[in-house]
Design a protein around this ligand. Structure first.
Ligand SMILES: Cc1ncc(COP(=O)(O)O)c(C=O)c1O
Length: 385
């Protein structure tokens, strides 16, 4: 608990500030909690269900989730990847967090390693620990891209999986097709070297939040030992509803065991099944997303202003985060400075990369605009311009 989450800490300190100064005078960029409402199609499906309830729609179901929903997810993935998925490779979950815990519990033996790259979503470390695994954290390059030579040296006989996250939280970086391809080749080589199975877990809750017309390069097209964990928390703005899924590559070795393991773990971890109501709804929303253009406009607005003020920041290509360099070596001191001006961000140390800070820009325009004065004051104080 002491290691805790900086994200939650800042969010909670923000709640106190809001009470003190009034909601409209605090500019909270701390949490990836989208302020946009779910798309209209969500309300339409919700209303349809409320007005024409299906018999038994609130009962227990098979732990994997409704076959119709899993088939709809499979169809969407087939469209996106050109690989034929069926419902047999899909398990509905309580968000991406639930999905990751189910996968990790399924594949890990005590002491086995899961490789992750800094900066990373902090919960990964706790999830890996939940299931007796060891998180092996590797650095990335100055563009937050994994270094394959470092990865090659780090993989050992007890490496169970490499866990990637693109578009990335906290950097917004999207891994290129070339990188994913080379990663797949490297993992094949290492599997052959050790005679082991190495999974590539791709955590993709931001897969559809991608800008500048970029196409998402799916690990499924480059490595058959791939498992994706994802949710509709961000692409349909439903984080409170806890709806996501696991998809296992149709050609994954021991695929049936992996899928059955995940289904079993859905039950024994106490999730039992993904929320029934949401499964009925997302079945019809597989090709729907919140407005990407609106997020891209927010990204451009913030990025342009920060760069003009002198901040050093890699332009995000997806998700809704930015990870600028902290003007001070001590990112906590810098974040506290912004907090003095009632702007809440998260120190990079909270993601395993001190010296940076994270901004979540999934907020309304008033909050983004209101935060600029504090960024400018801090830039002036620490001589960025
Ligand atoms: C990279 C990443 N993975 C997983 C999650 C958890 O998502 P969910 O709310 O769907 O469990 C988040 C949430 O912010 C995230 O940023």
């Amino acid at each position: 608990m002491a290691q805790g989450s900086w994200i939650r800490r800042m969010f909670e300190e923000g709640a106190v500030l809001k009470q003190q100064y009034g909601e409209e005078n605090v500019f909270d960029l701390s949490l990836g909690n989208p302020v946009v409402e779910p798309p209209v199609e969500f309300r339409q499906e919700l209303r349809k269900l409320a007005e024409n309830p299906l018999p038994g729609m609130h009962r227990y179901m098979v732990n994997a989730g409704y076959p119709e929903t899993r088939a709809a997810v499979a169809e969407q993935l087939s469209l996106e990847t050109g690989i034929t998925f069926t419902m047999k490779e899909i398990v509905m979950t309580c968000g991406a967090g639930g999905a990751l815990n189910m996968v990790l519990k399924t594949i890990l033996n005590p002491g086995e390693e899961i490789i992750i790259f800094a900066p990373y979503f902090l919960e990964y470390v706790f999830y890996i620990d939940n299931h007796g695994g060891v998180a092996k954290i590797l650095p990335t390059d100055e563009h937050f891209i994994p270094k394959l030579n470092v990865l090659e040296a780090a993989i050992r006989a007890n490496t169970k999986a490499v866990l990637i996250n693109s578009p990335n939280n906290p950097t917004g970086v999207v891994y290129s097709e070339n990188l994913i391809h080379q990663l797949g080749e490297l993992l094949h080589k290492k599997e052959a070297q050790y005679g082991t199975q190495i999974f590539l877990i791709s955590d993709e809750p931001y897969r559809k939040l991608i800008y500048d017309g970029l196409k998402y390069p799916s690990p499924f097209n480059h490595y058959s030992q791939s498992i994706i964990t994802t949710s509709h928390s961000k692409d349909l703005a439903l984080p409170g509803e806890r709806i996501g899924y696991i998809a296992v590559h149709p050609d994954c070795g021991q695929r049936e065991d992996v899928v059955s393991g995940c289904i079993h773990c859905n039950r024994v971890l106490g999730y039992v099944n993904a929320p029934a109501l949401m499964q009925h709804i997302v079945r019809y929303l597989q090709n729907v997303t919140v407005s990407i253009a609106a997020y891209q406009t927010k990204r451009d607005f913030l990025y342009d202003h920060l760069v003009e003020m002198g901040y050093s920041v890699i332009k995000p290509q997806g998700a809704f985060y930015m990870f600028p360099k902290s003007p001070l070596e001590d990112d906590v001191v810098f974040v506290r400075e912004l907090q003095q001006h009632r702007v809440l961000t998260v120190p990079g140390g909270g993601f395993g990369s001190p010296g940076y800070f994270r901004i979540a820009y999934c907020v309304d325009d008033r909050t983004l605009e209101g935060s600029l004065a504090a960024f400018r004051k801090a830039a002036q104080k620490f001589n960025l311009c």
